[in-house]
Design a binder for this molecule. Structure first.
Ligand code: FAD
Length: 309
């Protein structure tokens, strides 16, 4: 059995694996796609101490760093079920290929995915004007026109944030009214360079072949379609944690995030979690790495307290 089994190979999982392996304990990583969301990212400018890098480059560096240690890297392996420790004290993780891995502690770092609009042009112009993370990509649109799709808390926060950087923000909400907290809505309404459009369904992202130049929405009241000319679109209609496989096994928040305490402990003894799949706010690479490191140290602490002398 592993002493620490990490499930997920993004920034959080890579950090957890390195911290665990550096304790000289038997460490494994099972990941559906080693690198995680970083693989889908173009420019990264907020990975502190690295002024600028690219997702695939950072993902390769993560893998190299992990492989510098004695870590069993099991790539292209999807976990489907977790069974709490039985009498033998071993937690079991069942994989889609039918194999079962046993471990004294598990760090879950299966990340999250942005909910997409699923409209024509969205995938084609991803990273070419279509963005999902205002903290990451906001500065790329300095002085330009953008739209934010979604009028929940994250959409309205994004619009407020972006309004300070870009020239103009159009916020588009499907519903008849915004769902964000009133205090955020009040702040939004006070901004001169923000326009809010409700009852609007985005139907298409348009571009010139190289980058985004507009979006098309349908007024759900009249059925008419309208075009907005812009350079960027921030899709803020939800971040979905990859925790479906854990439903009923450990405590999840109403949004499906794994509930963790300040040590990265979940509701199950010996099971820790880190990164975008957890309730820890602000889904970012540096944060995921810090949380992954912390979860591995907590797992190590758990091991030294529970193992026979
Ligand atoms: P992830 O990166 O999501 O990794 C999850 C890992 O778990 C993957 O290996 C995945 O394959 C695996 N996995 C999932 N389910 C299972 C399963 N059932 N079994 C086994 N493995 C599984 N952050 C920044 O700080 N700066 C940026 O510039 C930036 N830009 C971004 C741009 C885009 C387009 C996107 C999508 C995100 C961006 N982010 C950025 C956010 C950042 O990528 C995430 O916060 C970070 O990757 C989270 O790390 P993680 O390890 O928690 O999860």
């Amino acid at each position: 059995p592993y002493e620490v089994l990490v499930v997920g190979g993004g920034p959080a999982g890579a950090a957890a694996a390195i911290y665990a392996a550096r304790k000289g304990i038997r460490t494994g990583v099972a990941a559906e796609r080693f690198g995680g969301q970083v693989l889908d990212t173009m420019g990264i400018e907020n990975f502190i101490s690295v002024k600028e890098t690219e997702g695939p480059k950072l993902a390769a560096a993560l893998e190299q760093h992990v492989k510098a240690y004695e870590v069993d890297v099991m790539n292209l392996q999807r976990a489907e079920k977790l069974l709490p420790a039985g009498a033998d004290g071993l937690i079991e993780v069942q994989l889609a290929n039918g194999a079962a891995l046993k471990a004294r502690t598990v760090v879950i770092s299966t990340g999250a995915r942005w909910r997409q609009m699923n409209v024509p042009g969205e995938n084609e112009y991803r990273n070419k004007g279509v963005a999902y993370c205002p903290h990451c990509d906001g500065p790329l649109f300095k002085g330009k026109r953008v739209a934010v799709i979604g009028g929940g808390n994250s959409g309205v926060e994004a619009a407020i944030d972006l309004a300070g950087i870009v020239s103009h923000v159009t916020l588009i909400e499907f519903d008849g009214k915004l769902r964000a907290d009133e205090v955020l809505q009040r702040k939004l309404r006070s901004l001169p360079n923000v326009k809010v459009i409700v009852s609007a369904q985005t139907t298409e992202v348009t571009g010139d072949g190289a980058k985004v130049n507009g979006l098309v929405y349908k007024d759900r009241g009249t059925g008419e379609t309208h075009t907005v000319e812009l350079e960027g679109i921030f899709v803020q209609i939800g971040l979905l944690p990859n925790s479906e496989w854990l439903k009923g096994t450990l405590a999840l928040s109403p949004r499906g995030e794994i509930e963790v305490d300040a040590h990265g402990r979940t509701s199950l003894p010996g099971v820790f979690a880190a990164g975008d799949v957890t309730t820890v706010p602000y889904k970012q690479i540096v944060i995921a790495m810090g949380e992954g490191s912390k979860a591995a140290l907590s797992a190590f602490d758990h091991l030294i307290r529970t193992s026979a002398p």
